[in-house]
Design a protein around this ligand. Sequence first.
Ligand code: SAH
Length: 245
Amino acid sequence: MSAKVWLVGAGPGDPELLTLKAVKALNQAQVVMIDDLVNPAVLEHCPGARVVPVGKRGGCRSTPQAFIHRLMLRYARQGKCVVRLKGGDPCIFGRGSEELDWLQAHGVEVEMVNGITAGLAGATHCGIPLTLRGVARGVTLVTAHTQDDSTLNWSALAQGGTTLVVYMGVAKLPEIRESLLAGGMPADMPVAMIENASLPQQRDCRSTLAAMQRDAMAFELKSPAILVIGEVAAAQQALALAVSA
Ligand code: SAH
């Protein structure tokens, strides 16, 4: 039987932000391997499927990547229709391309389905336009967490003039703040810290580069959260979408 795996982005949390293509893949799925950050509500689209949790949140219980690879392959070779469901988009800090390469190298057909990444959803849900004519001519998505402890060129980011969207930044606020200040970003640069973007429990803490660590502590900011750093982060809520309950 031909083996096929769908690598599917489940979006940021609101189940209505699934794509039609993701729903179609879930409808056909016999096995769904699901990450921690995926809202289990999306499983209503695959009532008959076996659901295998393979989450690995930083610092918590973890499923090694090699194990996930082997498990996908095993199910695919059994002829099962496998959906590998990831939070946000599979290829934005999601290791989607590693899984795609590995499966293809083992002769498995793979189809990738985009999801709405948390940074885009978080900004939109609190009324922040990530690009804005005359204010922000671009947007840069970065992760504050690297497996090899390599560092980003924060000075370049501080001076790049684009909106910064930082993933996995909650535990790294002091380093991010110091690096951007040292790189020449103004201390009063607006910052938005958005927790649980697109979910009913979404919270949004507005601050500045200098104050963000202190304000995050007072706010008790928790992961998952994204940071939006740039002039646009001062945008007020007029654009904000209602978060559906
Ligand atoms: N592939 C995912 C990102 C995975 S990395 C995507 O495209 O969105 C995990 C990080 O994503 C978290 O540490 C957090 O920074 C961010 N994240 C994921 N879901 C989120 C949510 N609902 N609200 C805020 N941040 C979220």
